[in-house]
Design a binder for this molecule. Sequence first.
Ligand code: AMP
Length: 184
Amino acid sequence: MSEPTSEGTRVEISELVASKVLDVPDFPKPGIVFKDLMPLFADGPAFAATIDAIVAEHGVDSFDVVAGIEARGFVIAGAIAYTTGKGVVPVRKAGKLPRATVAASYALEYGEAILEVHADAFMAGERVLVVDDVLATGGTAAATMDLVERAGGQVSGFSVLLELAFLEGRSRIAPRPVHALLTA
Ligand code: AMP
């Protein structure tokens, strides 16, 4: 599971993700093509292969906890956490967490939003693997990384299933690397 990923395997995983994503035009508003990854989540072997590929990319010893971004990031984070024996921290939309939080507002491809994490979510210096389903403009990921650091963690890696390269989300996160199973 933590063996380095070969180029052949990368291509296979990339093709697997591509085969399991549905394009939904004009959702949630006109002009946006929503990338629906539910078919990937619903396919047990395909989902397991993508989780294993993310773990192999980073290495099981490179992180202490997994942070998943609401809501589809929770699915990915929970699976990585379980298979590696690590904990999971949900990064939530505003108003959902019951205790003291740190918050960041950010612009989305289709709107604006606020993300929060519990202020005590991370131990000082804890290494945090951040995961989500789609990287679009990068605002969500940048806000999440900001939250992780303000809450005392350190971002050790960032993975998405799908990167929409034309939106240049990487530039919002640079110089941090982005690991995407599929870049479209
Ligand atoms: P962004 O902040 O623009 O990178 O947006 C990324 C976040 O919004 C992720 O949590 C995605 O789930 C969601 N998202 C943004 N654009 C899309 C899209 N075209 N298809 C699916 N999800 C998207």
